[in-house]
Design a protein around this ligand. Sequence first.
Ligand code: NAD
Length: 278
Amino acid sequence: MIIDGKKYSEEIKNEIKREINELKKKKNEIPCLVVILIGSFEPSKIYVRNKEKVANEVGIKSKILKYPVDIKEQEILNKIKELNNDKDVHGILVQLPLPKQINVKNIINSIDPKKDVDGFNPINVGNLASGYKSIVPCTPLGCMILIKKIEKKIDGKHAVIIGRSNLNGKPMSQLLLKENCTVTIVHSKTKDIKTECKKADILVAAAGVPNLVRGSWIKDGSIVIDVGINKINGKLVGDVHFDEAKEKARAITPVPGGVGPMTIACLLKNTLECFKDL
Ligand code: NAD
Protein backbone atom coordinates (compact mmCIF):
# COMPACT_ATOMS: atom_id res chain seq x y z
CA MET A 1 0.00 0.00 0.00
CA ILE A 2 1.28 3.42 -0.95
CA ILE A 3 0.56 5.99 1.74
CA ASP A 4 -0.96 9.00 0.01
CA GLY A 5 0.43 11.97 1.95
CA LYS A 6 -1.17 14.39 -0.45
CA LYS A 7 -4.65 13.02 0.25
CA TYR A 8 -4.17 13.03 4.03
CA SER A 9 -2.70 16.54 3.95
CA GLU A 10 -5.80 17.71 2.05
CA GLU A 11 -7.98 16.24 4.80
CA ILE A 12 -6.02 18.19 7.42
CA LYS A 13 -6.18 21.39 5.39
CA ASN A 14 -9.93 21.05 4.86
CA GLU A 15 -10.44 20.58 8.58
CA ILE A 16 -8.31 23.67 9.32
CA LYS A 17 -10.27 25.66 6.73
CA ARG A 18 -13.54 24.62 8.35
CA GLU A 19 -12.33 25.58 11.84
CA ILE A 20 -11.01 28.94 10.65
CA ASN A 21 -14.33 29.77 8.98
CA GLU A 22 -16.09 29.04 12.26
CA LEU A 23 -13.61 31.11 14.26
CA LYS A 24 -13.97 33.96 11.79
CA LYS A 25 -17.72 34.02 12.41
CA LYS A 26 -17.41 33.74 16.18
CA LYS A 27 -14.40 35.94 16.94
CA ASN A 28 -14.01 37.94 13.76
CA GLU A 29 -10.33 37.06 13.91
CA ILE A 30 -8.06 34.77 11.90
CA PRO A 31 -4.65 33.23 12.70
CA CYS A 32 -1.58 35.08 11.45
CA LEU A 33 1.73 33.39 10.69
CA VAL A 34 4.89 35.45 10.21
CA VAL A 35 7.81 33.87 8.37
CA ILE A 36 11.28 35.41 8.58
CA LEU A 37 13.42 34.71 5.53
CA ILE A 38 17.08 35.75 5.58
CA GLY A 39 19.17 35.77 2.41
CA SER A 40 18.34 34.26 -0.94
CA PHE A 41 19.05 30.53 -0.57
CA GLU A 42 16.87 29.14 -3.37
CA PRO A 43 15.34 26.10 -1.52
CA SER A 44 14.42 28.36 1.42
CA LYS A 45 12.72 30.82 -0.93
CA ILE A 46 10.72 27.96 -2.47
CA TYR A 47 9.70 26.53 0.93
CA VAL A 48 8.60 29.94 2.18
CA ARG A 49 6.60 30.70 -0.96
CA ASN A 50 4.91 27.33 -0.64
CA LYS A 51 4.07 27.87 3.01
CA GLU A 52 2.52 31.25 2.18
CA LYS A 53 0.48 29.80 -0.67
CA VAL A 54 -0.95 26.94 1.38
CA ALA A 55 -1.56 29.18 4.41
CA ASN A 56 -3.63 31.51 2.23
CA GLU A 57 -5.56 28.56 0.81
CA VAL A 58 -6.84 27.59 4.26
CA GLY A 59 -7.53 31.16 5.36
CA ILE A 60 -4.46 31.79 7.52
CA LYS A 61 -2.99 35.24 7.09
CA SER A 62 0.71 34.95 6.31
CA LYS A 63 3.42 37.58 6.16
CA ILE A 64 6.93 37.02 4.87
CA LEU A 65 9.59 39.34 6.27
CA LYS A 66 12.67 39.30 4.04
CA TYR A 67 16.15 40.35 5.18
CA PRO A 68 19.47 40.57 3.38
CA VAL A 69 22.03 37.80 3.99
CA ASP A 70 24.34 40.14 5.96
CA ILE A 71 21.69 41.29 8.45
CA LYS A 72 22.89 41.56 12.08
CA GLU A 73 21.61 39.01 14.60
CA GLN A 74 20.43 41.77 16.93
CA GLU A 75 18.09 43.16 14.28
CA ILE A 76 16.40 39.79 13.92
CA LEU A 77 16.18 39.42 17.71
CA ASN A 78 14.56 42.86 17.93
CA LYS A 79 12.03 41.92 15.27
CA ILE A 80 11.20 38.64 17.02
CA LYS A 81 10.69 40.53 20.29
CA GLU A 82 8.28 42.87 18.51
CA LEU A 83 6.39 39.90 16.98
CA ASN A 84 6.27 38.12 20.37
CA ASN A 85 4.48 41.18 21.77
CA ASP A 86 2.16 41.66 18.82
CA LYS A 87 -1.24 40.24 19.76
CA ASP A 88 -2.21 40.00 16.09
CA VAL A 89 0.63 37.54 15.39
CA HIS A 90 0.01 33.95 16.45
CA GLY A 91 2.84 32.00 14.83
CA ILE A 92 6.49 32.89 14.16
CA LEU A 93 8.79 30.84 11.96
CA VAL A 94 12.40 31.60 11.09
CA GLN A 95 13.35 29.72 7.94
CA LEU A 96 16.55 27.69 8.42
CA PRO A 97 19.43 27.49 7.57
CA LEU A 98 20.67 30.90 8.76
CA PRO A 99 23.76 32.79 7.57
CA LYS A 100 26.98 32.26 9.56
CA GLN A 101 26.87 35.49 11.59
CA ILE A 102 23.54 34.51 13.14
CA ASN A 103 23.45 32.07 16.04
CA VAL A 104 20.55 29.65 15.44
CA LYS A 105 20.23 28.86 19.13
CA ASN A 106 19.80 32.52 20.09
CA ILE A 107 17.14 32.97 17.44
CA ILE A 108 15.16 29.84 18.35
CA ASN A 109 15.37 30.63 22.07
CA SER A 110 14.02 34.14 21.49
CA ILE A 111 10.73 33.00 19.91
CA ASP A 112 7.84 32.95 22.37
CA PRO A 113 7.24 29.20 22.95
CA LYS A 114 3.51 29.86 22.52
CA LYS A 115 4.12 31.20 18.98
CA ASP A 116 6.86 28.70 18.09
CA VAL A 117 5.01 26.92 15.24
CA ASP A 118 8.11 24.86 14.36
CA GLY A 119 8.34 23.47 17.91
CA PHE A 120 12.11 24.06 18.07
CA ASN A 121 12.22 26.26 21.19
CA PRO A 122 13.79 24.29 24.11
CA ILE A 123 10.61 24.79 26.16
CA ASN A 124 8.62 22.90 23.52
CA VAL A 125 11.41 20.35 23.03
CA GLY A 126 11.48 19.76 26.81
CA ASN A 127 7.71 19.47 27.06
CA LEU A 128 7.66 16.92 24.25
CA ALA A 129 10.49 14.93 25.86
CA SER A 130 8.62 14.98 29.18
CA GLY A 131 5.44 13.73 27.51
CA TYR A 132 3.57 16.99 28.22
CA LYS A 133 1.43 18.99 25.80
CA SER A 134 3.73 20.86 23.43
CA ILE A 135 4.05 22.19 19.94
CA VAL A 136 5.50 19.30 17.94
CA PRO A 137 7.90 19.85 15.00
CA CYS A 138 5.89 19.66 11.78
CA THR A 139 7.63 16.81 9.92
CA PRO A 140 7.61 14.26 12.78
CA LEU A 141 4.04 15.27 13.55
CA GLY A 142 3.11 14.59 9.92
CA CYS A 143 4.91 11.22 10.03
CA MET A 144 3.04 10.23 13.16
CA ILE A 145 -0.33 11.11 11.63
CA LEU A 146 0.52 8.91 8.62
CA ILE A 147 1.62 6.00 10.83
CA LYS A 148 -1.64 6.24 12.80
CA LYS A 149 -3.64 6.19 9.55
CA ILE A 150 -2.14 2.76 8.86
CA GLU A 151 -2.30 1.43 12.40
CA LYS A 152 -4.22 3.08 15.24
CA LYS A 153 -2.54 1.25 18.11
CA ILE A 154 1.20 0.84 17.87
CA ASP A 155 1.92 -0.15 21.49
CA GLY A 156 4.92 -2.45 21.76
CA LYS A 157 5.91 -2.11 18.10
CA HIS A 158 9.60 -1.86 17.36
CA ALA A 159 10.26 1.49 15.69
CA VAL A 160 13.62 2.28 14.13
CA ILE A 161 14.51 5.83 13.15
CA ILE A 162 17.42 6.62 10.87
CA GLY A 163 18.85 10.03 11.80
CA ARG A 164 19.08 11.93 15.08
CA SER A 165 18.56 15.56 14.06
CA ASN A 166 16.66 18.01 16.27
CA LEU A 167 14.37 18.60 13.32
CA ASN A 168 13.39 15.00 12.61
CA GLY A 169 14.99 12.01 14.33
CA LYS A 170 14.90 13.16 17.97
CA PRO A 171 11.32 14.48 18.06
CA MET A 172 10.18 11.44 16.06
CA SER A 173 11.66 9.19 18.75
CA GLN A 174 9.77 11.11 21.47
CA LEU A 175 6.47 10.78 19.61
CA LEU A 176 6.93 7.04 19.09
CA LEU A 177 7.92 6.56 22.74
CA LYS A 178 4.77 8.41 23.77
CA GLU A 179 2.83 5.83 21.72
CA ASN A 180 4.56 3.03 23.69
CA CYS A 181 6.81 1.83 20.90
CA THR A 182 10.24 0.34 21.57
CA VAL A 183 12.46 2.87 19.86
CA THR A 184 15.91 2.51 18.31
CA ILE A 185 17.70 5.45 16.72
CA VAL A 186 20.48 4.72 14.24
CA HIS A 187 22.76 7.33 12.74
CA SER A 188 25.94 7.91 10.78
CA LYS A 189 28.12 6.30 13.47
CA THR A 190 25.93 3.20 13.99
CA LYS A 191 27.91 0.00 13.30
CA ASP A 192 25.32 -2.19 11.57
CA ILE A 193 22.34 -0.18 10.44
CA LYS A 194 20.90 -2.90 8.23
CA THR A 195 20.56 -5.38 11.13
CA GLU A 196 18.75 -2.74 13.22
CA CYS A 197 16.43 -1.76 10.37
CA LYS A 198 15.47 -5.38 9.73
CA LYS A 199 13.93 -5.49 13.22
CA ALA A 200 11.66 -2.52 12.52
CA ASP A 201 7.87 -2.86 12.50
CA ILE A 202 7.93 0.88 11.81
CA LEU A 203 10.89 2.37 9.96
CA VAL A 204 11.35 6.13 9.67
CA ALA A 205 14.20 7.20 7.40
CA ALA A 206 15.49 10.76 7.91
CA ALA A 207 19.16 10.68 6.94
CA GLY A 208 19.25 12.75 3.76
CA VAL A 209 21.07 9.97 1.86
CA PRO A 210 19.41 8.98 -1.43
CA ASN A 211 18.24 5.34 -1.63
CA LEU A 212 20.14 4.43 1.55
CA VAL A 213 17.55 1.86 2.66
CA ARG A 214 17.45 -1.17 0.38
CA GLY A 215 14.70 -3.77 0.10
CA SER A 216 16.84 -6.29 2.02
CA TRP A 217 16.81 -3.92 5.08
CA ILE A 218 13.02 -4.01 5.37
CA LYS A 219 11.07 -6.37 7.59
CA ASP A 220 8.14 -8.06 5.83
CA GLY A 221 4.86 -6.29 6.57
CA SER A 222 6.41 -3.18 8.13
CA ILE A 223 5.38 0.46 7.82
CA VAL A 224 8.03 2.57 6.08
CA ILE A 225 8.04 6.35 6.34
CA ASP A 226 10.53 8.13 4.10
CA VAL A 227 11.36 11.66 5.26
CA GLY A 228 14.33 12.15 2.93
CA ILE A 229 14.19 14.63 0.08
CA ASN A 230 17.17 14.29 -2.24
CA LYS A 231 17.72 15.37 -5.80
CA ILE A 232 19.35 12.99 -8.29
CA ASN A 233 19.67 14.22 -11.88
CA GLY A 234 16.92 16.73 -11.23
CA LYS A 235 14.57 14.06 -9.86
CA LEU A 236 13.40 13.89 -6.24
CA VAL A 237 14.14 10.65 -4.40
CA GLY A 238 13.85 9.64 -0.78
CA ASP A 239 16.20 7.87 1.60
CA VAL A 240 14.45 4.58 0.83
CA HIS A 241 14.86 2.65 -2.41
CA PHE A 242 11.14 2.81 -3.15
CA ASP A 243 10.81 0.07 -5.79
CA GLU A 244 12.66 -2.49 -3.66
CA ALA A 245 11.08 -1.48 -0.37
CA LYS A 246 7.49 -1.52 -1.61
CA GLU A 247 7.81 -5.26 -2.27
CA LYS A 248 8.48 -5.88 1.44
CA ALA A 249 6.62 -3.15 3.32
CA ARG A 250 2.93 -3.31 4.13
CA ALA A 251 2.67 0.44 3.70
CA ILE A 252 5.20 2.97 2.42
CA THR A 253 5.32 6.70 1.71
CA PRO A 254 6.45 7.82 -1.75
CA VAL A 255 8.81 10.75 -2.44
CA PRO A 256 7.42 13.13 -3.52
CA GLY A 257 3.82 12.97 -2.27
CA GLY A 258 4.38 11.31 1.11
CA VAL A 259 5.77 13.18 4.11
CA GLY A 260 6.40 16.49 2.28
CA PRO A 261 2.76 17.64 1.94
CA MET A 262 2.11 16.56 5.54
CA THR A 263 4.85 18.87 6.83
CA ILE A 264 3.18 21.99 5.46
CA ALA A 265 -0.27 20.83 6.58
CA CYS A 266 1.12 20.32 10.10
CA LEU A 267 2.68 23.78 10.10
CA LEU A 268 -0.81 25.20 9.50
CA LYS A 269 -2.22 22.87 12.13
CA ASN A 270 0.37 24.18 14.62
CA THR A 271 -0.45 27.79 13.67
CA LEU A 272 -4.14 27.18 14.33
CA GLU A 273 -3.33 25.53 17.68
CA CYS A 274 -1.17 28.52 18.69
CA PHE A 275 -4.01 30.87 17.73
CA LYS A 276 -6.49 28.92 19.86
CA ASP A 277 -4.13 28.70 22.85
CA LEU A 278 -2.99 32.33 22.93
P1 NAD B 1 20.42 16.28 9.14
O1 NAD B 1 21.55 16.32 8.16
O2 NAD B 1 20.29 17.34 10.17
O3 NAD B 1 20.49 14.90 9.90
C1 NAD B 1 20.72 13.69 9.24
C2 NAD B 1 20.85 12.58 10.24
O4 NAD B 1 21.04 11.37 9.52
C3 NAD B 1 22.04 12.74 11.18
O5 NAD B 1 21.63 12.45 12.49
C4 NAD B 1 23.05 11.71 10.69
O6 NAD B 1 23.75 11.09 11.77
C5 NAD B 1 22.18 10.68 9.99
N1 NAD B 1 22.87 10.08 8.85
C6 NAD B 1 23.53 10.70 7.87
N2 NAD B 1 24.04 9.80 7.01
C7 NAD B 1 23.70 8.59 7.46
C8 NAD B 1 23.92 7.27 7.03
N3 NAD B 1 24.63 7.01 5.93
N4 NAD B 1 23.40 6.27 7.75
C9 NAD B 1 22.68 6.51 8.85
N5 NAD B 1 22.41 7.75 9.33
C10 NAD B 1 22.93 8.76 8.64
O7 NAD B 1 19.11 16.15 8.25
P2 NAD B 1 17.57 16.49 8.59
O8 NAD B 1 17.38 17.96 8.61
O9 NAD B 1 17.07 15.65 9.71
O10 NAD B 1 16.90 15.99 7.21
C11 NAD B 1 16.99 14.64 6.80
C12 NAD B 1 16.32 14.49 5.45
O11 NAD B 1 14.97 14.83 5.55
C13 NAD B 1 16.89 15.39 4.35
O12 NAD B 1 16.84 14.70 3.13
C14 NAD B 1 15.91 16.55 4.31
O13 NAD B 1 15.86 17.18 3.06
C15 NAD B 1 14.64 15.82 4.59
N6 NAD B 1 13.55 16.63 5.16
C16 NAD B 1 12.33 16.40 4.66
C17 NAD B 1 11.25 17.07 5.17
C18 NAD B 1 9.89 16.78 4.62
O14 NAD B 1 8.99 17.56 4.81
N7 NAD B 1 9.71 15.64 3.98
C19 NAD B 1 11.42 18.03 6.18
C20 NAD B 1 12.69 18.22 6.68
C21 NAD B 1 13.76 17.51 6.16
